[in-house]
Design a protein around this ligand. Structure first.
Ligand code: NDP
Length: 247
């Protein structure tokens, strides 16, 4: 690591292997942060991302664990902090959906979506919060919710519940952390061009988007990087949407 990279603050980005998380990791690196990039398994998949960050003069490292697995999250995050120190920020981005009408939804489908998206909030943030507080340097927490959490989406009762829960959790945590200069905000994307929307009925959904197109991961990443910047120090407990006018 060069001297400049060594002085930069570290931000953990969960789900950085692709989509919005990958774009956020690059935007944060461009904004001057070092990135602890996370994915579910096979951390070597993050190698090209980390190489890109390092080639641009930043520093990056890789972590892998299932955010639905509380013990694995605690072990992975605690070991990383023990080795490298506390994070300045975290982007809770990793998430998944498993769509289907509620009448036909299995308990397993409900559990899978709630465990990853909502329990993931506790599993990821709890092990890293007190080390972040003890740094006494303020901090940034950005949570990826969804417009589904604001208005509900047909065929996404499980996902809408989990994403709405994240908004309540983030707003409550923002109250607890404000005096520590740690901001907590939610970003609620609309329809963004990633693997997650591969199965979505795109043509039908486009009719509801005034901008007439899906969004790009970089358009969400720009907001995430801004919320992590020093400029955004007075923005906390907010929910900000990137959705082309969808709602
Ligand atoms: P992608 O499906 O493209 O990527 C999901 C990322 O999350 C991957 O890095 C994946 O890791 C990781 N991940 C998923 N489940 C787990 C898990 N159980 N444990 C660890 N990592 C996991 O998603 P997007 O980039 O589209 O979405 C990013 C966030 O934005 C999500 O929270 C999503 O709900 C939200 N969002 C997305 C929208 C969209 O239209 N795309 C709209 C609204 C919200 P791996 O590659 O290892 O599987």
């Amino acid at each position: 690591m060069n001297d400049r990279a060594a002085q930069r603050r570290w931000i953990l980005v969960t789900g950085a292997s692709r989509g919005i998380g990958r774009a956020a990791a690059l935007a944060l690196a461009q904004a001057g942060f070092n990135v602890a990039a996370h994915c579910r398994a096979q951390p070597e998949r993050l190698a090209p991302l980390c190489a890109e960050i390092e080639a641009a003069g930043g520093s990056a490292r890789m972590l892998a664990f299932d955010i639905a697995d509380r013990a694995a999250c605690a072990a992975g995050i605690e070991a990383d902090i023990a080795a490298h120190g506390a994070y300045y920020g975290v982007v809770c981005n990793a998430g998944l959906n498993q769509d289907g009408v509620f009448a036909g939804m299995s308990g397993a489908s409900w559990d899978k979506v709630v465990h990853a998206n909502l329990d993931g909030f506790y599993n990821v943030l709890h092990p890293l919060l007190m080390p972040m507080v003890r740094l006494r340097k303020g901090g940034r927490i950005v949570v990826l919710s969804s417009v589904a959490g604001l208005i509900g989406n047909r065929g996404q009762v499980n996902y809408s519940a989990a994403k709405a829960g994240l908004i309540g959790a983030a707003k409550a945590l923002a109250l607890e952390m404000a005096s520590r200069n740690i901001t907590v905000n939610c970003v609620t994307p609309g329809l963004i061009e990633t693997d997650m929307i591969e199965q979505a009925p795109r043509e039908e959904l486009l009719k509801a988007i005034p901008a007439g197109r899906v969004g790009q991961p970089q358009e969400v990443a720009a907001l995430i990087a801004f919320l992590c910047s020093d400029t955004a120090a007075y923005i906390t407990r907010q929910v900000i949407s990137v959705n082309g006018g969808l709602i």
